[in-house]
Design a protein around this ligand. Structure first.
Ligand code: GDD
Ligand code: MN
Length: 361
């Protein structure tokens, strides 16, 4: 079996020679293997790659090719897709160019995929034997953990066996992909591949230790983090927007019922309690029917238990949110309206994660 190693690069000059040296050793004994850089660099990285490619050709080592893009369409993800389009082998391995991904594992991933009849083999930091070591700082580690949890709650079926859907290191069988269906943007190309396609792919995982960067600096930015949220929203547009619409409609029911009952002469507090009870029940029924229907038969909870969990969480969330609103407004003196807006957005995500990750799991 032959493989192509696809390496997206953006200003990685100091790392190219070392990466190729180690890949060359790892790929020895894999006939027809090659390395393909997809480069968007704005510095001298392309000439470094060209020089290393010439050296490889002269020494008879693993061939090195490069696609250099003047327009970095789709960033890292776009580069990976462009690379995958140009691959001639049955399997490709995608990995970073900064040696945070051990090159020695490239062949292990692809071999495992072929022997086990899989479509994708994910190199994971989060299964036994793996480690996120090279993620600098507690903050980035926490962001990484939360981001993975978010992705997994949005795709409980597709990502059931994928502990690290945001890794940039994986092997993929080209025949299993529909590259035209992807909308690559930002950093999270594996998630795009696993979540976007019509068909669920057969996925396996191998542990790996995320190392330190060899040279240069990281290109991850806050903007890429925001792009990730955009990507999740676009991937889950259906489920998330139905969840949001039902939640928004709940507020409208609530006010209408309160209005009708008080007009009929009821005390407003009693009316508010009835309005809340009706809204909560109706929302729950709609959510079962229109948001999580595909998961109903698969989870661990029966109907009443789901209802109890959902009502308890939403009730608690509302109380806690109101207390937090009071705290922030009192302590900071901010205007309550935007604070409430931000809190509602966070609450929306929390409710969504809680329901898909707990109630309907
Ligand atoms: N062609 C191209 N175009 N390559 C890019 C671009 C781009 O716009 N942006 C980044 N890259 C390349 C880098 O040169 C590097 O080879 C690789 O993509 C990863 O970029 P890093 O800057 O090293 O990112 P990181 O280490 O912070 O993030 C890595 O780990 C994340 C998980 O924590 C990546 O593998 C991410 O995909 C992964 O989600
Ligand atoms: Mn890196």
């Amino acid at each position: 079996m032959s493989i192509t190693v696809v390496v997206p690069t953006f200003n990685e000059g100091p790392n190219v020679a070392e990466l190729v040296r180690r890949l060359d050793e790892a790929l020895e004994g894999t006939p027809g293997a090659s390395v393909l850089f997809v480069d968007d660099s704005r510095d001298d990285t392309p000439s470094v790659i060209e020089r290393v490619a010439a050296e490889q050709a002269a020494s008879g080592g693993v061939p090195v090719r490069m696609i250099h893009r003047e327009v970095a369409d789709g960033g890292l993800s776009g580069a990976v897709v462009e690379g995958l389009r140009a691959v001639g082998t049955e399997w490709a391995v995608v990995m970073d160019g900064d040696l945070q991904h051990p090159p020695e594992l490239a062949t292990v991933l692809a071999t495992r995929g072929r022997e086990a009849g899989l479509d994708v083999v994910v190199a994971s930091r989060y299964i036994g034997g793996g480690d996120a070591g090279g993620l600098d700082g507690h903050w980035r580690r926490a962001v990484s953990t939360v981001s993975a949890l978010l992705a997994r709650s949005m795709f409980p079926l597709r990502l059931r066996n994928v502990t690290d859907p945001l890794t940039g290191f994986f092997a993929v069988r080209l025949g299993a992909l529909d590259l035209d269906a992807l909308r690559p943007r930002g950093f999270k190309i594996l998630l795009e591949i696993l979540a976007r396609g019509k068909r669920a792919l057969a996925v396996g995982e191998e542990p790996f230790v995320f190392g330190e960067r060899h040279g240069g600096s990281s290109k991850a930015t806050l903007r890429m983090g925001l792009r990730y949220l955009e990507q999740l929203a676009s991937l889950r547009f259906g489920r998330m927007s139905r969840f949001a619409i039902i939640g928004g409609m709940g507020a409208v029911w609530n006010v209408l019922i309160l209005w009708a009952l008080t007009v009929l002469g009821m005390h407003y507090l009693g009316a508010a309690v009835i309005a809340a009870a009706v809204t909560i029940s109706v929302n729950f029924a709609l959510q079962e029917r229109f948001v999580f229907r595909d998961l109903l038969g698969q989870g661990r909870f029966g109907f009443w238990s789901r209802l109890a969990h959902s009502v308890t969480f939403n009730g608690t969330e509302a109380v806690v949110r109101t207390a937090v609103l009071g705290l922030i407004v009192e302590l900071s003196g901010f205007w309550a309206v935007p604070v409430q807006g931000a809190l509602l957005a966070v609450a929306f995500l929390l409710r969504f994660v809680f329901h898909s990750q707990w109630v309907y799991r």
